[in-house]
Ligand binder design. Structure first.
Ligand SMILES: [Zn+2]
Length: 179
């Protein structure tokens, strides 16, 4: 098992031949497309990927990848932490024409050379795991505390304004009727 800092580039065939497992983390910052979707770019993406020889002697990669990222809640527009977690299972092919040889429904990854970037194996999956409409869990928006505070103080601005508006109207009417 390879642990610790991960190399940026890996030789997937060699790893498959040796039946290796890659485990470690890469900075979120290295995933340029995922990075653009986040409220704050920090932390790491963890991954544990097992390499083996699959169908047609192709490299098969399976494992998990996860990260805790900061997204912007679409309810309250505040940042919140969201865990992204994906299970991966894909076959690495060298060209698109080889996709036809794979079992239907098999996820695949097209590598144009012996070496591939680790982040390329996991980034698409992580992006798919980002909620379409990011938001806090039901009722967990910090804005809800606000509603709580309003209960303690029953006189809201809105309510105090209305009686005075009515009063002003009444005075005006009275003036009119007297003149
Ligand atoms: Zn929220």
């Amino acid at each position: 098992m390879l642990t610790g800092p991960l190399p940026a580039l890996i030789d997937h065939r060699k790893l498959a031949n040796q039946g290796r497992i890659l485990e470690g983390s890469v900075p979120v910052n290295h995933l340029s497309r995922l990075r653009d979707m986040l409220a704050k770019v920090d932390g790491d993406v963890y991954l544990k990927l097992a390499f083996s020889k699959g169908d047609q002697q192709k490299t098969h990669v399976s494992g998990t990848t996860y990260a805790t990222v900061e997204l912007v809640c679409q309810n309250c527009l505040r940042g919140y932490s969201q865990e992204l977690r994906c299970e991966l299972g894909l076959d690495i092919v060298e060209q698109e024409s080889e996709l036809a040889l794979l079992e239907e429904n098999a996820d695949s990854f097209i590598a144009d050379g012996q070496e591939i970037r680790i982040v390329d194996l996991i980034e698409d999956e992580l992006i798919l795991a980002v909620p379409m409409i990011p938001r806090h869990a039901d009722g967990a928006c910090p804005g809800n505390d606000y509603g709580q505070a309003a209960d303690d103080e029953p006189v809201t601005t809105e309510m105090t304004h209305q009686p005075f508006a009515g009063l002003a109207e009444a005075i005006k009417n009275k003036d009119n009727s007297e003149s």
